[in-house]
Design a protein around this ligand. Sequence first.
Ligand SMILES: NC(=O)c1ccc[n+]([C@@H]2O[C@H](COP(=O)([O-])OP(=O)(O)OC[C@H]3O[C@@H](n4cnc5c(N)ncnc54)[C@H](O)[C@@H]3O)[C@@H](O)[C@H]2O)c1
Length: 342
Amino acid sequence: MPSSTRHPLSPFVLVTGGAGFIGSHLVERLLDDGKSVVVIDDLSTGSRDNLRAVAQHKNFRFIQSKISAYAELPELAEAAEFIYHLAATVGVELVVKSALHVLEASFSETQMLLRAAAKHSTPLLLTSTSEVYGKSAKPEFGEDDDLLIGPPGQSRWSYACSKLTDEFLALAYAREKNLPVIIARLFNTVGPRQTGRYGMVLPRFIAAAKAGEPLKVFGDGAQSRCFGLVHDVVEALVRLQHSEAARGEIFNIGGTEEISIGELAKLVVDTLGSQSTIERVPYDQAYPAAPLGGGVTGAPGFDDMRRRKPRVDKLESAVNFKPQTPLREIIRLTAGAKLLKG
Ligand SMILES: NC(=O)c1ccc[n+]([C@@H]2O[C@H](COP(=O)([O-])OP(=O)(O)OC[C@H]3O[C@@H](n4cnc5c(N)ncnc54)[C@H](O)[C@@H]3O)[C@@H](O)[C@H]2O)c1
């Protein structure tokens, strides 16, 4: 696409990773708002099926490609009115299995996109993760907190580090290249279409409860989390796009209703009227330590955070919104039509 030619969908919003769980909800919302949308996705974890509802939409275009492999990326970034960068290797299980892929891919893909966006100062929102808060024991995490990442012998930390590197990179582009960036640190986001394949706890529990199989709780089950419904997260992302004051800033996005994973398992069983039992699985069985080559000594076991709750006052004051759909309702919506009980 020569840069002198207007893109046929101009002006459009570019969504990397738009065939994924959160991306596909975002795409639907943007189209509903009357935007034109271009998705670039390599379908490594996403699927065309997630975009079935919009596939024929006249204002939608899908590009199946890795970001870095798409030759017309500079023109695409130039023609976009806004870029949502969601593409990433996601999910703790996947990350534990292939830290190399996570680290290498994340850095080079994000760097290439930021470089393309910076040429014409196309505003960009980068989705980061609550994992960057690491092992901090604070009851609530605020955007300016220090971050406490675990040792490199535990590959689970490679996800946090790669996202943190993305954040540093994006803010460096903001400062040194005048690129308008917004960083959204997403906490556990759940809802329809999320797959449990990559270790996500709520879809795993819901699938087990529906199938009448045991719900497997890792560790003692006292570790607690908050869950945000994907529609609420998308609402926050869309509002951030339109907030001038959000440029150059970092925002937590997530639900604030805290629940232990043991209690979550019980709530899922109760909400879905399931007959499933609940089983405890030690971390070293759930995530066996991978043998490390090259003389590297790895720390055994798996570091899990006891709590992970966001402060969302910064988000709320910037966009007058915070995710607050109740957890039982989230479970119902995520389980969808195959609900067993009320
Ligand atoms: N789901 C959560 O709870 C959660 C929590 C924190 C942060 N996030 C972040 O939100 C974003 C979206 O997560 P999700 O849950 O929708 O995951 P997802 O795996 O469903 O979506 C990621 C999408 O990116 C695509 N992708 C990966 N690498 C790519 C590349 N190099 N080029 C093009 N496409 C590529 C995948 O095919 C997939 O469709 C990610 O950046 C993730 O780190 C998600």
